[in-house]
Write a protein that binds this ligand. Structure first.
Ligand code: SF4
Ligand code: FE
Length: 490
C-alpha cells in the first residue's frame, strides 16, 4: 500500500526515535523547525508517488509482492528501471533543491539483495531469504529505510580490529541463539531520523581479523539502545528565528545527517544479512557505493537545474541578463550539469543482471559519474556566485528590509533605505531579488550545502574512493595491448 504524504508524517510520530540536538533530547522532532524541512523532502517522495503525471517514474510493480510500490523500494528489473531511477532522482532534486534522503535505502536494498544471494551460495546461509522477507515487509508498508554504511573510522591508517577503541567500526559484541548484539556507530547518516528502519552495512573490505566487523542487518529506528545525534548545518539556527522566511533561502526543504549510535542493540536472526563472512564485506560495499554513485547523477543534476534557474533569475533581477558573458556562464553551467546527467544515464544503460536477478549499474561509469560530481557542482556554484554578485553574502537581514524603525531625516525607515539601495532592475521587487540571492547563499554555502556542494564531494564516498575503483575497473593492461598491437610491439 502506498502511503500518502500525511500518513508518512503521522507514521513518524508513532516511532519512539531518540533524537539529540544541542546536547538535549528533542521530544517533538517531527515539528522541530530545524528538522522539519528535511522531513518535507522525504515527504515529497510520497507526494509525487500519488500524482498521476509522475506515476511512471515514481511507482512500479514489485517483483516480490506483485503490487504497485514506490520506486524507492524497487529491486531494479532492467536497465530501463535503472534509468528511471536516475530520472526520478532528478525530478526530486528539481522539486526540493535538496537531498531527499530516500535513495540510500533503495541503494542498500539492491546491494544487499544481490550480495546475500551470493553469500548463501557459498556458505549455505539464510541471508537472502531473510532479506527478501524483510523487503516484502518494507514494500507492503511503504516504509523509509536508511541505508547506513560509513563508520566513524578512527585512525584511518588502522584496520577496524586494530583501532585503540574497538567501537570505531560497528561490530558484533555477542552472538546468541536468537540473534546478535551490535555496538558502534554510523556517522553522517543521511535521513536517519526521518526513516522508519535502518539497514546497516560494513564500510570497507575486511580480512579475517576483522570478521566481527563484517556485519549487515536491519532494525527499526527506535530499537532499544539506538539513538541519533543531529548534525549541524551552516546557518541552521536561522530556522529558529521568529517568522523566519526570506533569510532561509529554502524555507521548505533541507537535508539531514546524523550520528547514529548503537549502544548494544539486539538484532534477531531473521534481520541479519551478513554475520562474519568477511570475504563478502567488500562486495556489499562496492555494490552499494556503485548504486549511490549512480544516484548522484540524478539528484545533484536536479538540484543543479534549480541553481542554474536561480542564477538566471539573479541575472534578470540585476539587469545583467543581456551581457554575453552571463549568457555564456549559463551555457557552461548547463553543459556541466548535463554532462553529469549523461554519466548517470550511461552507467544505467550499461547495467546488467546480477546472479540474484536484479540489475546492477556499470561500476566504472558510476564511479566516473561520482568523480565528476566531486568537481562540476563546485564550478556550477562558482559561476552562480559570479552571476549573483557579492550581495548574496553582504545583504542585510529580512528584519531590516521589513523594519519600520524611523532613521531618516525625512521620516524614512530602515526598510525604506534597504529597499531603496538594493533595488535593481524594474522587472522585480527588492524582495524578489533578496529571495533569489538568499536561495543561492543557502545552496552554495548555507544549510543546503550539505545537500549540494560539500555533499557532492563526500557523499557516496570521497574522490579517492572513486579513483581506487576507477583504477581497478580501468583495465590499463588491456589498453597497453591495444597500443602494442597498433605500434607493432610484440
Ligand atoms: Fe539521494 Fe542524492 Fe541525498 Fe544521496 S545525496 S540520498 S542520492 S538525494
Ligand atoms: Fe548523499
Amino acid at each position: 500500500m502506498l502511503m500518502t504524504a500525511e500518513q508518512y508524517i503521522e507514521s513518524l510520530r508513532k516511532l519512539n526515535t531518540r533524537v539529540y540536538m544541542f546536547g538535549e533530547k528533542i521530544e517533538n522532532w517531527v515539528d522541530h523547525p530545524m528538522i522539519r524541512p528535511s522531513i518535507n523532502c522525504v515527504r515529497m517522495t510520497y507526494e509525487l508517488a500519488q500524482d498521476p503525471q509522475y506515476a511512471d517514474l515514481m511507482t512500479t510493480k514489485s517483483n516480490l509482492i506483485g503490487k504497485t510500490i514506490n520506486r524507492f523500494a524497487n529491486l531494479h528489473q532492467s536497465t530501463d528501471d535503472l534509468r528511471k531511477k536516475v530520472k526520478m532522482q532528478r525530478l526530486l532534486g528539481q522539486k526540493t533543491a535538496s537531498c531527499f534522503q530516500r535513495c540510500v535505502g533503495m541503494d542498500a536494498f539492491n546491494a544487499v539483495f544481490s550480495t546475500t544471494y551470493e553469500i548463501d551460495q557459498k556458505y549455505g546461509t539464510n541471508y537472502h531469504k531473510n532479506f527478501t522477507e524483510y523487503l516484502k515487509y518494507i514494500q507492503e508498508n511503504d516504509l523509509i529505510v536508511d541505508g547506513a554504511m560509513t563508520d566513524p573510522k578512527g585512525d584511518r591508517g588502522l584496520a577496524p580490529s586494530a583501532q585503540k577503541d574497538p567501537d570505531l567500526f560497528l561490530r558484533i559484541v555477542e552472538k546468541r541463539e536468537d540473534g546478535i548484539v551490535v555496538r558502534g556507530a554510523k556517522a553522517h547518516q543521511t535521513g536517519s531520523i526521518n526513516s522508519h528502519e535502518h539497514i546497516i552495512m560494513p564500510t570497507i573490505a575486511m580480512t579475517e581479523a576483522d570478521k566481527d566487523y563484517a556485519v549487515s542487518f536491519a532494525c527499526p529506528s527506535d530499537a532499544d539502545g539506538l539513538f541519533m545525534i543531529y548534525g549541524r548545518q551552516s546557518c541552521d539556527t536561522r530556522k529558529m528565528e521568529e517568522g523566519a522566511d526570506i533569510d532561509l533561502g529554502n524555507k521548505q526543504f533541507g537535508g539531514q545527517e546524523a550520528l547514529v549510535v548503537f549502544d548494544n542493540v539486539f538484532i534477531p536472526n531473521d534481520r541479519i544479512f551478513l554475520c562474519q563472512e568477511y570475504d563478502f564485506a567488500g562486495m556489499m560495499v562496492e555494490r552499494f557505493a556503485g548504486y549511490h554513485r549512480q544516484s548522484y547523477g540524478g539528484c545533484k543534476v536536479g538540484v543543479g537545474d534549480v541553481v542554474i534557474g536561480a542564477a538566471a533569475l539573479a541575472a534578470d533581477y540585476n539587469g545583467a541578463q543581456k551581457a554575453s558573458h552571463v549568457k555564456d556562464k549559463l551555457i557552461e553551467m548547463t553543459h556541466l550539469n548535463e554532462t553529469l546527467y549523461c554519466c548517470g544515464i550511461a552507467c544505467s544503460a550499461e547495467g546488467y543482471p546480477t546472479a540474484a536477478g536484479n540489475y546492477q549499474i556499470d561500476l566504472l561509469l558510476a564511479n566516473v559519474c561520482k568523480q565528476n560530481i566531486t568537481r562540476f557542482p563546485y564550478e556550477i556554484v562558482r559561476l552562480a556566485e559570479d552571476i549573483a554578485g557579492g550581495l548574496m553574502v553582504t545583504m542585510p537581514s529580512e528584519a531590516d528590509f521589513k523594519s519600520e524603525t524611523v532613521v531618516g531625516r525625512d521620516g524614512e525607515t530602515i526598510g525604506d533605505f534597504c529597499n531603496k539601495f538594493f533595488a535593481a532592475a524594474p522587472t522585480c521587487t527588492t524582495e524578489e531579488r533578496m529571495r533569489v540571492l538568499r536561495f543561492l547563499e543557502n545552496i552554495c554555502l548555507g544549510a543546503s550545502a550539505v545537500g549540494y556542494r560539500t555533499e557532492s564531494m563526500h557523499g557516496a564516498g570521497s574522490p579517492q574512493a572513486q579513483r581506487i575503483m576507477i583504477a581497478r575497473q580501468g583495465n590499463i593492461n588491456a589498453k597497453k595491448e591495444l597500443a602494442k598491437a597498433i605500434a607493432g610491439i610484440k
